[in-house]
Design a protein around this ligand. Structure first.
Ligand code: GLC
Ligand code: CA
Length: 531
């Protein structure tokens, strides 16, 4: 790890999906000024950095991940001046701002693409991939062929996501320079880092028929971020396809590529071959095993890990991996303890801190996510409506995108009548109710992040899995020469634990005092070992 990577391990990142966070002017759409209003709230949770999903100009085919102008703010979200004020307020509070960088594709409404599609000899033509016939059978992530016919020039262009998200051709040096300029533009305006959207797809491997992890990936990333001018910023790559060797290259101390990556092995659990809409049997032991594997790998190679359970693409963790009915508080807090005291950088997604569970709807009007809507269109009539909606409720990205519930008032304290229906459980699960509840997920998170920030063992300390061959439980240690902690996370069934260790509980979700004894479902505790 470089010194900077080491330093970054002190971060706790809170992710905001701006459209759904807080609407300051009551037009039903979350906005920049709404974020500014809530900075003290985020700070009080213990976060010291914010990752903002895209807030640039966009026609919103994929809610901002289709960018039509990289250098300006979406009108609905406010102005560049609002953004500057928000950034200044963050910095005043000692918080970092991480912007979302969508480098693999633009919107088809971007000036570059509007020009490119006009004629084969347009100066912007080579900013994108064009061919007389589809070059391969690649599928777009949101369904259908990844090649779209364009009448004006009688050719096809490549889009790995929506039709309105044409892939940029990074082999063109002009494209690379444009993206470098975008990075520099925001860094000059004070941005502290970037979360890099589907970054491993910027280099395609046409030879081996893979839409990602291409031969020039590392060269491109180094061009973007290996430069002295931007060496201070934090960068995290969304790299779905990155295995062990690739991760070593992407974030190795001598590589000048990225600070860290998101690794998704544990997040795809509980899904069958059909992907996000295909529920499959799942037990938490599987998640523990994935977490352990990556913790050990990252530690052995001295690489900084990321720790997360949710983001704007994933349904709520308490519904997926816990019990969002009778044991919502217990499972939400246990999952947090299981993941966030491990070694790495915590990322938490808006609403997770109050144990928000998945919404439920059998009305297609309640869905907005292009991936879900396309899935519905493809399968309508093939499955019964009941089957179809069961799958959609299981996997939809909209679960994370319902407006944040601030209180029990009309529109859940979000603002005006929202763009997506308010969360159906908002009367029960909202910030105000949670904070005043005896069982407050928010307060638990607060304590957890405080514990983490106050004890070096949780930052630079070593990690050790001490579960042994026990089932239904995860036990791990974090320690330095001076302090030692044992973390016990019990899963869905009761378990008895006998451990002869002199220690005291410093954080628990069920009032535990001793490490040995019976653990109830989802009970967890952190113990300081006496010496
Ligand atoms: C990433 C984003 C997702 C988006 C896709 C295309 O996976 O997280 O929300 O739809 O890239 O930009
Ligand atoms: Ca608004």
């Amino acid at each position: 790890m470089t010194d900077r990577q080491n330093e970054f391990q002190k971060m706790v990142v809170y992710q905001i999906y701006p459209r759904s966070f807080k609407d300051s002017n009551s037009d039903g759409i979350g906005d920049i000024n709404g974020i500014t209003e809530k900075l003290d709230y985020i700070k009080s949770l213990g976060a010291n950095a914010i990752w903002l999903s895209p807030c640039y100009k966009s026609p919103n085919e994929d809610n901002g991940y289709d960018i039509s102008d990289y250098r300006d703010i979406m009108d609905e979200f406010g102005t560049l001046d609002d953004w500057k004020r928000m950034t200044a307020e963050m910095h005043k509070r000692g918080m970092k701002l991480i912007m979302d960088l969508v480098a693999n594709h633009t919107s088809s409404e971007h000036k570059w693409f509007k020009e490119a599609r006009k004629s084969k000899d347009n100066p912007y033509r080579d900013y994108y991939y064009w061919a007389d016939e589809p070059l391969n059978d690649w599928q777009a992530c949101f369904g259908g062929s990844a090649w779209q016919y364009d009448e004006a020039t009688n050719q096809y262009y490549l889009h790995s996501y929506a039709v309105g998200q044409p892939d940029l051709n990074w082999e063109n040096p002009k494209v690379r320079q444009e993206m470098i300029d975008v990075v520099d533009y925001w860094v000059k305006l004070g941005v502290d880092g970037f979360r890099c959207d589907v970054l491993d797809q910027i280099s395609k491997d046409f030879v081996n028929n893979k839409n990602g992890n291409g031969p020039r990936l590392h060269e491109y990333i180094k061009m973007l971020f290996g430069r002295e001018e931007v060496s201070h910023i934090f960068t995290v790559g969304e790299c779905w396809g990155a295995g062990e060797d690739n991760i070593k290259q992407l974030i190795g101390a001598d590589r000048k590529e990225l600070s860290t990556v998101f690794q998704f092995d544990h997040i795809v659990l509980g899904r069958g071959d059909g992907g996000r809409f295909d529920p499959a049997p799942f037990v938490l032991d599987e998640m523990r095993d994935k977490l352990v594997k990556w913790q050990l790998f990252m530690q052995k190679n001295d690489l900084p890990a990321t720790l997360f359970l949710e983001n704007h693409d994933q349904p709520r963790c308490v519904s997926r991996f816990g019990n969002d009915a009778e044991k919502r508080y217990e499972s939400a807090t246990m999952l947090a303890t299981m993941v966030y005291l491990q070694k790495g950088i915590p990322f938490i997604y808006q609403g997770q801190e109050i144990g928000t569970a998945n919404p439920y709807s059998e009305n297609i009007e309640d869905y907005d996510d292009i991936e879900t809507v396309n899935f519905y269109k493809r399968n309508k009539g093939k499955l019964t409506d009941k089957e179809l909606f069961a799958k959609m409720n299981f996997g939809t990205r909209d679960a994370a995108r319902r407006p944040m519930s601030w209180d029990e008032s009309e529109n859940s304290g979000f603002g005006g009548k929202p763009w997506l229906p308010i969360y159906n459980r908002y009367k029960e699960i909202n910030v105000k109710a949670d904070m005043t509840s005896e069982k407050s997920v928010f307060r638990y998170y607060q304590q957890l992040f405080r514990l983490r920030s106050e004890n070096e063992a949780f930052i630079s300390g070593a990690y050790d899995n001490v579960t042994g061959n026990r089932k239904g439980i995860y036990i791990y240690k974090r320690y330095t020469n001076d302090e030692r902690f044992i973390i016990v996370c019990n899963f869905e069934n009761s378990n008895e634990l006998k451990l002869d260790i002199d220690c005291e509980a410093v954080l628990t979700n069920c009032g535990r005092k001793t490490i040995s004894g019976m653990y109830e479902p989802y009970e967890c505790a952190v113990f300081r070992v006496n010496r």
